[in-house]
Design a protein around this ligand. Sequence first.
Ligand code: F6R
Length: 620
Amino acid sequence: MCGIIGYIGTRPAAPILLEGLRRLEYRGYDSAGLAVLDGGELAVRRRVGRVADLARAVPEDQPGRLGIAHTRWATHGGVTEANAHPHLDASGRIAVVHNGIVENMARLRERLAAEGVRFRSETDSEIIAHLVARYYFGLAAGSDTVPPDLQGDPVESVRAALSRLRGTWGIAVMFADHPDLVVAARNGSPLVVGLGDGETFLASDAHALVPYTRRVVFLQDGELAVLGAAGVRTTRLDGASVSLDVHELEEDWGDGERGDFPHFMLKEIHEQPEALRQCISGRVQPEQATAKLGGLDLSPRELVGITRVGLIGCGTAYHACLVGATAIEQLARVPARAEIASEFRHQNPSIDPDSLYFAVSQSGETADTLGAVKEIRLKGGRVMGVVNVVGSSIARECGRGVYIHSGPEMAVASTKAFSNMVAALYLFTLQLARARTLGPHEGRRFAEELQRVPALVEEYLAAPGPIDALVRMVLDARVVLFLGRGLSSAVAAEGALKLMEVAYVPCIAYPAGEMKHGPIALLEEGTPVIVIAPRDHLRDKTRSNIQECRARGARIALIHTAGDDIAELADVAIPVPETSEWFTPLLTVLPLQLLAYKAGLALGRDIDRPRNLAKSVTVE
Ligand code: F6R
């Protein structure tokens, strides 16, 4: 978690750093800070709270054409100004920003303290500033002397300091005595260098660089980069040279700005029709009634040879995996399982080389999902990305995959990425099923219906039904129960997650048939139960569960197919347009997204930046 931005060039650095932080704020928003080089001294400002609070503390005419900045999601140490980055060495002439975790913090801290270092924060990151200073100024104690050739060498001092760390890092380091460089390094936390004209940028995410340049270099794990105004030089941590791989960022649709919407979340909910079109278009092949996902590069023979599919993700991405696994198994007749990445990676999974795994992630940076990818690859398995952010760590680690093309998703609560993950997994389902079991007639029906979905989503969002009545049901609830069967049980889980994270309302989601095995004990007069029951082959079974809840005094909110008389059973009924059973999740999830948004608003929550959360979770 945490976001880093750096700049060296000819323009005032502070406004560029602040704009970069604003674009990276989704990565953490506990505190923010920056350091710029001003007349041979480091000018440092740090604030608890948002980037806007920091911006108020930075003079408009702040001089300095080199700087580094950071937005923090707290791991080691509370949310205080002392723990905010940048961290300085004792002389105040070296500044460091860090994204990651120093695992051998305790031992290093103890040794540095024994050498006389006084720590000003509780963070692991401060250690890095002191370690760099130790080599740069030759501050070693006792027999542990610093080689003289390291002293005064900024790059080699950083290299030596990093060789002492265990853990993960994306770092940027600046020196008051070196106005011509910023040193950066990556190991497990993303960093991208942006190449401008006489200026060079650094960021945790390429999106932050888009206003300035589209020419970027993605640093690899174990690399160290020296940024100057004229460009960048990269080496391995051990000093071996690496060739520079410059990428041109594609034009992204969606501008990452809120426009006329009061919140990103609402904007992104309304972007779903267009996002889905971006995901589907050009990928359906009507003549063969199949789909083609070029990034997977799988021949029909390879498709037929797949023995199992594993879908791995966290949070909302995991819920998309649940939908994908059901579709793959039922339509393509290949055993398929959704896995929670944080569990999967630590279970010593047995990986069959004929299986195919998908790592599903909006950000492409989620540490647990990335860890699962590495575990699969280590065991000789095949894993491909289903990812939104182009060039992200998961996309690059997988090498092959599908971009879901949702456009930038800025709200912490994921909405349009869920829909596009599901759509991308449906495209794969079609491709796989057509190579194996599905006839052209059924394939064409599936493809045509999928192509109709964006218009149906549009139709629903234009007339979303009595969401306000739904909001009133949940506002003072002690708990809200979400129920659904089959594909709708994944939607129930997603609806509960959204309402919890945006409105902080306690929620439980269960497959409807499982309710009577425990959660039914929660029901009392007035308990809100939100049931997702579109017209599908399980609807009548869910109908019985609704009756069971009503009999115990629960109030029922029902998400159902328009025109279905099941609505009679509900206290609040929200119809969604009719579609084939397969695509119901893309419609039934919409009222639940709106419910979370509007409940959050009614309760005065910080919609786009819910407490304690961050958009990409780059720690385990
Ligand atoms: C929920 C949410 C999180 C993410 C999860 C995975 O609204 O946003 O649950 O879905 O942290 O993130 P990605 O998809 O970036 O791997």
